[in-house]
Design a protein around this ligand. Structure first.
Ligand code: UQ1
Length: 445
């Protein structure tokens, strides 16, 4: 008996020793409570947190995000074309999050919506009255065999405007191209800013023209989608543009593998995946498939089969949990995932969070507004704006399907300060008011 007791004693003390750090953190585990927990300090999360924390003051809003930097992702298109520097696309997370909100610099590891609780990566438990999920989309580069290696080759010829780690490689690859095939891709599935893959095509093509290399380079856009753009008005304009500029567009054509040492990209027909072909590239701009982050996808109560937070598309409120909302790229609302969409969602989400806290009905409706400044060259841009029905919903009293210098300047010089100073501080709700004001000039348009 005694020897058994001794063994037990020893094993208990051994256990104590081996688990001490864990058990200490458990007993001392901070249990936070807040009125509103915002998971994700990106575009949507930061702007709604700003509105909420200025309404409720200190101590009521927590923002959970592990990132050190907040990127203005719409800038990446311009960085990939050498028009802006990567350094101008980000600020420290600390400097952009609202001062009245508490920032917990950790990941959300588990969601327990039945207990109104989120567990962080360190095991901290955060209890909330309202949860706003704003986690964005994850870039799945590893889903295309060979792509991660191709992107890691120093002075290589593969770039990707979607990641701060790879966006500079687009321009450095572009500068080296003087013959062969410059290939641009668009993956299957839902991605953020679905116009961005072709913006890279147009800017690169313009670069090659300006540097007198265009005649020796084939410019090819291989897209998994069945059309060049979802909104007819802009698709018509873009088809004319690619024809005029001799850009080859292959629809329903998906990048499935890269062979980095042979400079070969393998594509498959979306409708018949066994139908594959290989093509040698002198430059490849690759766009990865995307999905909501894994931690979110794991919480089956919150998400749909693709991992997007299952919300009512008009109210952005969760279908099952009335105290849960989503904003931006990780929501199931079927809009184009852009910063402008998050801007238009932000007042709706804010109003509906207040209404829910006050037990009032939700009155506002998000119409699916998204906009996509389709940069078509070094000084040109088509400003696409549309709603859930893929009908144009334009701000300016001009034909917005035309390439314009003014729209390029708006994208390059006007939007970044608007984003940093107005949107992230909760003062930009998209151009709805401007559209109404401008509509008096639209007579006869
Ligand atoms: C917009 O609201 C927005 O979000 C901040 C963008 O992202 C950076 C845009 O690119 C555009 C075009 C809009 C819409 C704004 C106007 C003035 C039409």
């Amino acid at each position: 008996m005694s020897s058994v007791g001794q063994v037990l004693k020893v094993s208990q003390s051994a256990l104590k020793l081996s688990v001490r750090p864990l058990s200490t953190s458990f007993t001392n585990r901070q249990k936070e409570h807040c009125k509103i927990l915002v998971v994700g300090g990106g575009t949507g999360g930061c702007s709604v947190a700003a509105k909420l924390s200025s309404k409720f003051g200190k101590g009521n809003v927590i923002v959970l995000d592990p990132a050190e930097r907040h990127y203005y992702q719409p800038m990446f298109t311009l960085v990939g074309g050498g028009i802006k520097s990567l350094g101008s696309s980000y600020k420290s997370m600390k400097s952009v999050l609202p001062k009245n909100a508490k920032w917990i610099q950790e990941k959300a590891k588990e969601f327990h919506p039945d207990k109104n609780t989120v567990i962080t990566s360190s095991g901290q438990e955060i209890n909330y009255d309202i949860l706003l999920v704003a986690m964005g989309l994850h870039l799945n580069y590893e889903k295309i065999p060979g792509l991660v290696e191709a992107l890691s080759i120093p002075n290589g010829n593969v770039g990707s405007n979607y990641s701060p780690d790879h966006v500079d490689k687009t321009y450095s690859a572009l500068k080296r191209v003087d013959k062969g095939n410059a290939i641009f891709t668009m993956p299957t599935g839902s991605i953020k800013c679905p116009g961005a893959p072709q913006k890279a095509v147009y800017i690169s093509e313009d670069y090659l023209r300006r540097t007198n290399k265009r005649k020796n380079v084939n410019v090819i856009y291989n897209t998994s989608i069945a059309n060049i753009f979802g909104v007819k008005k802009y698709a018509d304009a873009l088809w004319k543009l690619v024809e005029k500029r001799d850009i080859k567009v292959n629809l329903k054509t998906n990048l499935v593998e890269v062979k980095p040492h042979k400079n070969i990209a393998v594509f498959a027909n979306v409708e018949n995946p066994n139908d594959k072909f290989e093509i040698e590239y002198s430059m490849l701009h690759a766009v990865p498939p995307m999905s909501p982050p894994g931690e979110l996808k794991q919480c089956k109560e919150l998400v749909n089969e693709l991992g997007f937070v299952e919300v009512n598309k008009d109210t952005m409120q969760h279908l099952k949990y009335s105290n849960v909302f989503a904003i931006g790229d990780c929501s199931s609302s079927p809009n184009s995932k852009t910063a402008a969409a998050a801007a238009a969602q932000s007042p709706i989400v804010y109003d509906h969070i207040l209404a829910t806290l006050n037990g009032k009905p939700l009155k506002g409706v998000y119409d699916g507004y998204a906009s996509c400044p389709l940069v078509t060259g070094y000084h040109k841009c088509i400003l696409a704006e549309f709603d859930y029905n893929l009908q144009p919903l334009e701000t300016f009293p001009v034909s917005q399907d035309k390439e314009r210098y003014s729209m390029f300047i708006m994208k390059k010089d006007f939007m970044p300060p608007l984003y940093w100073h107005l949107m992230l501080n909760g003062y930009w709700n998209g151009p709805g008011m401007m559209r109404k004001a401008m509509s008096i000039f639209k007579f006869g348009k």
